[in-house]
Design a protein around this ligand. Structure first.
Ligand code: C5P
Length: 246
């Protein structure tokens, strides 16, 4: 059987914190990554950093020893998404995102490419995560693009489609965790942003849970940006969050 990331979860040594490197330069990202690597389970590299710093930033962050979550939300024809996933794997990422609204064929192509490329490279299969409805979308946004104006219903529909297409993980908002856990197979991993400890100042995240609440609700991974990187002492903030998980 193919080895599947993350193996540490099976041994109980899993650190579920994914620190978002939402900074505009390689220099800032690497400083943050070096400080945080011992205290987090993975780093998330998104569109801002990747577009500014290029693929090399993935290799350099990976050099800290932490896992890398490449959050570029691929959405294209199946062949192009499959090739994009293969390119991401060659950079040695452990998690990456695709849009479930690209459809079942696109998702199957992504998962198949992840398995085949990992085998070629002799690495564990990364987690291909499906993004359902962006939390910035509401009923009006869905109506605008010709979907039923029912965000919760659309999340459920896309989550079911993703799992039937073979995806093993989804990104979801904190308030979707319990609903998704209610019908998804237990092996499906849930990755959740929108985490706040209560200590930081208010910002644009409206629907949040604490790290402990999100894990108790059934999340496997917590994507945490500002509560860590904007803290006075990012390393101490990450360690405090980890300790809060008990
Ligand atoms: O700073 P903060 O903790 O809000 O950062 C959360 C991270 O998760 C950001 O990188 C953001 O883009 C991402 N994210 C999110 N909400 C979603 C999907 C992704 O906040 N629904």
């Amino acid at each position: 059987m193919a080895r599947v990331y993350p193996r540490a979860m099976a041994t109980g040594t899993h650190n579920p914190i994914i620190a978002a490197l939402d900074v505009p330069t390689a220099e800032q990202a690497l400083t943050l990554a070096a400080t945080l690597a011992p205290a987090v389970g993975a780093f998330k590299i998104g569109g801002e950093l990747f577009t500014a710093a290029g693929p090399d930033i993935v290799r350099r962050v990976r050099d800290t020893g932490a896992a890398v979550f490449l959050d570029l939300k691929f959405h294209d024809i199946p062949n192009t998404v499959a090739k994009s996933v293969a390119s991401a794997l060659r950079l040695d990422v452990q998690m990456l995102t695709i849009h479930t609204s690209g459809g079942a064929e696109m998702m199957r192509a992504a998962e198949k490419s992840a398995v085949a490329t990992a085998q070629q490279l002799g690495r564990p299969v990364p987690l291909v995560l499906g993004v359902t409805v962006l939390t910035s979308s509401d009923a009006a946004t869905l109506a605008e693009i010709g979907c039923e104006p029912d965000p919760a219903g659309q999340v459920t529909r896309l989550a079911r489609l993703a799992v039937s297409a073979g995806l093993r993980g989804l990104v979801c908002s904190p308030l979707e965790i319990v609903t998704l856990r209610g019908f998804l197979p237990a092996h499906v991993q849930l990755v959740t942003p929108g985490i706040r400890t209560g200590a930081e100042k208010a910002d644009d995240q409206k629907r949040t849970l604490t790290p402990r609440e999100a894990m108790a609700a059934g999340a496997n991974w917590l994507v945490i940006g500002r509560p860590i990187y904007a803290a006075e002492n990012p390393r101490a903030a990450a360690e405090k969050i980890l300790a809060s998980l008990g």
